[in-house]
Write a protein that binds this ligand. Structure first.
Ligand SMILES: Nc1nc2c(ncn2[C@@H]2O[C@H](COP(=O)(O)OP(=O)(O)OP(=O)(O)O)[C@@H](O)[C@H]2O)c(=O)[nH]1
Ligand SMILES: [Zn+2]
Length: 234
């Protein structure tokens, strides 16, 4: 598989395209791909998670036994399971065979796909929009599947650069198209609510494969299409 080039810069600049970077291995395998046994050290029960949340509540000086917090450990454990549910999905199940031989060879772009993820450094949300384009080699994929791919990789602990690249590589894997382009624009709560505290800052990352990496005009067409204001919004 071609290696994606991913880069980040501030929203004031255009997404830069850098030379291919070395592939970063997955931080952890998909939960779905692991054989889970009862003594699997990675398998943490809901009760263990709830106990950890109780500890956090104590750590912030709260009383986990006061009425308003009684169900909080359970709610947080369930929320964290949902927010990382992308580990349990596989690309094959998600695409569900929705690949059609249309003989189409022009750019397909799904833009403004909202995405919510958690940064792996602070486990705080980062959120924004993702634009996914590809140039088919005859075969196209069901449009919703591009959004589902974004969803699967977002619902994990991430860094924005890796998320962007994984989306591009997934489209490459399922379609083997002439090229794939992914741009993500996101704001990170770890930079807004804490730390450097910069509300309004945006990070733009891109991953370009094949024709989008090799052909400046193709890349420019994509960048111009994602900046264009759509005439119709549902
Ligand atoms: N490249 C990249 N960095 C990220 C992402 N999400 C969070 N970070 C950064 O990860 C870095 C972690 O830096 P550390 O110095 O280890 O942690 P920290 O002391 O909490 O850093 P500050 O956020 O600067 O307070 C910070 O600079 C974050 O802004 C991401 O998606 N991509
Ligand atoms: Zn963070």
């Amino acid at each position: 598989m071609t290696t994606a080039s991913a880069s980040a810069n501030s929203a004031s600049g255009h997404p830069a395209v850098t030379p291919p970077s070395p592939k970063v291995p997955e931080v952890r395998p998909d939960r779905a791909s692991r054989v889970v046994t009862s003594d699997d050290p990675h398998e943490v029960s809901q009760e263990d998670m709830m106990e950890a949340v109780r500890t956090i509540l104590l750590g912030v000086g709260e009383d986990p036994d006061r009425e308003g917090l009684l169900k909080t450990p359970k709610r947080v454990a369930e929320a964290m399971r949902f927010l990382t549910s992308g580990y349990d999905q596989s690309l094959e199940d998600l695409v569900n065979g929705a690949i059609f031989d249309e003989g189409h060879n022009e750019m397909v772009l799904v833009r403004d796909i909202t995405a919510f993820s958690l940064c792996e450094h602070h486990m705080l949300p980062f959120m924004g929009r993702v634009h996914v384009a590809y140039i088919p080699t005859q075969k196209v994929v069901g449009l919703s599947k591009l959004a589902r791919i974004v969803e699967m990789y977002s619902r994990r602990l991430q860094v924005q650069e890796r998320l962007t690249r994984q989306i591009a590589e997934a489209v490459q894997e399922i379609l083997d198209p002439q090229g794939v382009a992914v741009v993500m624009e996101a704001t990170h709560m770890c930079m807004v609510m804490r730390g450097v505290q910069k509300p309004g800052s945006w990070t733009v990352t891109s991953a370009m494969l094949g024709a989008f990496q090799e052909d400046q005009r193709t890349r420019d067409e994509f960048l111009s299409l994602i900046r264009h204001q759509p005439a119709f919004m549902a």
